[in-house]
Write a protein that binds this ligand. Structure first.
Ligand SMILES: C[S@@+](CC[C@H](N)C(=O)[O-])C[C@H]1O[C@@H](n2cnc3c(N)ncnc32)[C@H](O)[C@@H]1O
Length: 257
């Protein structure tokens, strides 16, 4: 088995176990980024949208009332079941689920007007490949809107951030920095705009319980909190309750092929 297959298996195993918790998670169900993402899409109402790495479907459900249809794609089957529960609960009949990998999309070229993705990209082993796939399935001039945690340009802060993330969830790959996104958007053929910078505060207990982080890893995260230098404590706003993440909503407009 390759390292990449292992990693994808780890993501599916991890989210497969905890899928139902993502339906009720406040960070995912709410969030100031959701209305910003919808506004940034500037929808007419007749669009076909792909939600890539849809999880329990909160992003798909936010866009569905303003579009013709939303295809909610994830490679964890039990997440797609949560999307169906959410769509039924909200009476949203224009959400379709699809099992698939963001790095190898099961759609022909030029299928969608808009691709959105929220809090999934930090699990992607090859984000550049995913972005090229989004560009391929978008019609000319279509848009990609991403919301995710950002890494730090400062290497010390970035190391602590990603160490804490991977201790909490072994399927975490990387919180990419704005510079890394900027390079990848450009290589995939997207013009990048930074739409919104924001922070989310995570409560340590709720954050680790949602992912069923083992006690040994919880203790290691606490040890890193305590060992972190001042610049890390400040950058991540570490306190006795938990810490915060810096996040961004980014918009890419696909260049004409
Ligand atoms: C935190 S959840 C997404 C949250 C959701 N987008 C929301 O707005 O509430 C992350 C999801 O990304 C999915 N994922 C990670 N890597 C993926 C990949 N390569 N292809 C498809 N889905 C992926 C996981 O299965 C998981 O369901």
């Amino acid at each position: 088995m390759t390292r990449e297959t292992d990693l994808k298996g780890a993501v599916q195993e991890q989210f497969g176990r905890v899928a139902a918790k993502y339906l009720t998670s406040a960070v995912h169900a709410q969030g100031k980024d959701l209305p910003v993402m919808v506004e940034a899409a500037d929808l007419r109402g007749d669009e076909s949208i792909l939600d890539a790495g849809c999880g329990a479907g909160h992003t798909a459900a936010s866009f569905a009332p303003f579009a013709a249809e939303v295809v909610a794609l994830d490679f964890t089957a039990s997440m797609l079941h949560q999307v169906e529960v959410l769509a039924e609960d909200r009476g949203l009949t224009n959400i379709r689920t699809r099992l698939g990998d963001v790095e190898n999309l099961p759609f022909p070229d030029s299928t969608f007007d808009l691709v959105v993705s929220r809090y999934s990209a930090h699990h992607w082993a090859r984000p550049g490949k995913a972005l090229r796939e989004f560009h391929r399935v978008l019609r000319d001039g279509g848009r990609f809107i991403l919301s995710d945690v950002l890494g730090f340009g400062d290497p010390v802060c970035d190391t602590y951030l990603n160490a804490i993330e991977v201790l909490r969830d072994p399927s975490h790959v990387r919180d990419f920095t704005l510079e890394e996104w900027s390079n990848r958007f450009a290589s995939a053929g997207f013009n990048l705009e930074v739409v919104f910078l924001y922070r989310i505060f995570v409560h340590f207990d709720e954050w680790t319980e949602r992912m069923e982080t083992p006690e040994v890893n919880r203790a290691a995260i606490r040890a890193l909190y305590n060992a972190s230098p001042e610049e890390v404590r400040e950058a991540m706003q570490i306190d006795e309750e938990g810490h915060s993440f810096q996040c961004a909503v980014l918009r890419g407009t696909a260049s004409v092929r």
